[in-house]
Design a protein around this ligand. Structure first.
Ligand SMILES: [Zn+2]
Length: 445
């Protein structure tokens, strides 16, 4: 009888895991390259989406563009019994805030919240940008289709909302179009501050900026590789935390890096045709993106982006010179690739929003012992199956080893010397979904 029961339970839990897998595959297959193409064309069709451009016209400028984005989110919401809370979040930026703000402007973000069933105040965020620019960043009248930069990321965000709104999740998902990116990351700053003021518990921001170009200026054509940028440690860390790092490690284990590893692993598991490349830096060399303002507020945030950029097709006046066609036009966007990177976002939003919360705090011990020891604060919630300890060689970028240890709050890994590895812990849900890994923040003897 006992054997029979155990066998039945095993079968049931395997069935549950199979359902989890199936849900992820269904999400991947539901992302439509055709809808993405339509949306990129619509966005490019507003002529310019420069942050300082016309806001009155129904057909041209950023005003028309953001009203269209809002109405798309509202249409999606209608199809899911009003499952999205759609609103504008805006801040007035005064002329001269920097050299690119040549007149007072309302920087307006379009926000859609899919409220979590269990953790309404915990959020995982997907962002794209509404705004575009040409060669002169203050030129707000010339044609600036911004098809890849960043209608692709904006369209991906809308498409993820379309697909994921058919499901419900324990934690909240935010789909957002941010403005003012090209003028100095103003939209991200506005929403990050808004989140802090509201006391939102943000698990991470996946910022999508240019997810449609497969033909690099370097001549390489690649529709499988993409980049995940993450900074090493939060800029908000204290002097004490910085000093502790010298002795206990963590130089490559900040919260944004853990989010990057999580995405890398999910993609390797469910989209084996893709080649995710973790880049160990905040962003491209000397350049910026809208995840940074969230990092500045102490939130985890990464940038998802194509692997091979084409500089003749970004931030350029539309023109032809010496046989080279300049400009960020629709013809250069590969929609199958944009669909792949949208799916990358969607399955990670779904996984994180389905997982129980990560353990709040991990303590580590094992100095001069032949074992690594762990204590943690259990996660809240009824979906917790238990905890998984992860470790890796100090030179490895990925969590290569793991051990599920059940629903307990401490564990000793016998025979593993603490000096030789980095360690972390994740919460495992009964539904099979895991939280991102938490790196130790305290030491015990
Ligand atoms: Zn740009």
């Amino acid at each position: 009888m006992k054997i029979f029961l155990t066998a039945t339970l095993l079968l049931l839990s395997n069935l549950l895991l199979a359902q989890t897998d199936q849900k992820i595959y269904d999400i991947i297959h539901s992302i439509s390259a055709e809808r993405l193409e339509n949306d990129v064309k619509t966005l490019a069709g507003f002529g310019t989406r420069h942050t300082l451009s016309d806001t009155v016209s129904q057909t041209r400028g950023i005003g028309a563009a953001r009203r269209w984005i809002k109405s798309e989110f509202e249409n999606i919401s209608k199809d899911c019994k009003n499952c999205l809370e759609v609103f504008y979040q805006k801040d007035l930026v005064k002329k001269g805030a920097n050299q690119r703000i040549v007149k007072d402007v309302w920087v307006v973000n379009v926000v859609a919240i899919q409220r979590g069933t269990k953790y309404p105040n915990r959020f995982i965020i997907m962002s794209g940008d509404i705004d575009s620019r040409v060669t002169d960043p203050t030129d707000y009248t010339s044609d600036s289709p911004g098809a890849n930069d960043n209608a692709s990321g904006m369209a991906g965000t809308i498409e993820a909302a379309r697909v994921l709104s058919k499901y419900s999740f324990e934690s909240s998902i935010i789909y957002v179009g941010l403005s003012g990116e090209e003028q100095g990351l103003f939209g991200g700053q506005g929403l990050a501050k808004y989140a802090t003021d509201k006391g939102w518990e943000i698990m991470g921001v996946m910022n999508n900026d240019m997810i449609g170009n497969i033909k690099g200026v370097d001549g390489i054509i690649d529709n499988r590789t993409f980049r995940i940028f993450s900074e090493p440690v939060p800029p908000t860390e204290t002097e004490q935390q910085r000093r502790a790092r010298r002795f206990y490690g963590g130089e490559v284990d900040g919260i944004s890096r853990q989010l990057a590893r999580y995405i890398h692993k999910t993609v390797k598991t469910y989209m084996p045709e893709m080649n995710p490349k973790m880049i160990y830096r905040l962003d491209r060399f000397g350049r910026g993106g809208h995840h940074r303002p969230f990092n500045d507020e102490g939130f985890a945030g990464i940038r998802i982006m194509e692997a091979h950029e084409n500089y003749t097709q970004q931030h350029q006046d539309i023109r032809e010179e010496n046989g080279i066609k300049y400009g960020d036009v629709v013809e250069h966007v590969n929609f199958e690739y944009t669909a792949k990177l949208t799916a990358v976002n969607a399955i990670n939003l779904a996984s994180i929003a389905s997982a129980p919360p990560a353990p709040q705090e991990l303590e580590i011990g094992g100095i001069v012992e032949a074992a690594a020891k762990f204590k943690w604060k259990k996660a809240t919630g009824t979906n917790v199956k238990g905890y998984k300890i992860y470790w890796r060689d100090t030179t490895s970028p990925t969590w290569d080893h793991s051990r599920f240890v059940g629903d307990i709050d401490n564990f000793v890994l016998d025979g593993i010397v603490v000096d030789n590895f980095f360690f972390g812990i994740a919460t495992v849900g009964k539904n099979g979904f895991e939280s991102p890994v938490v790196f130790p923040s305290k030491i015990f003897r």
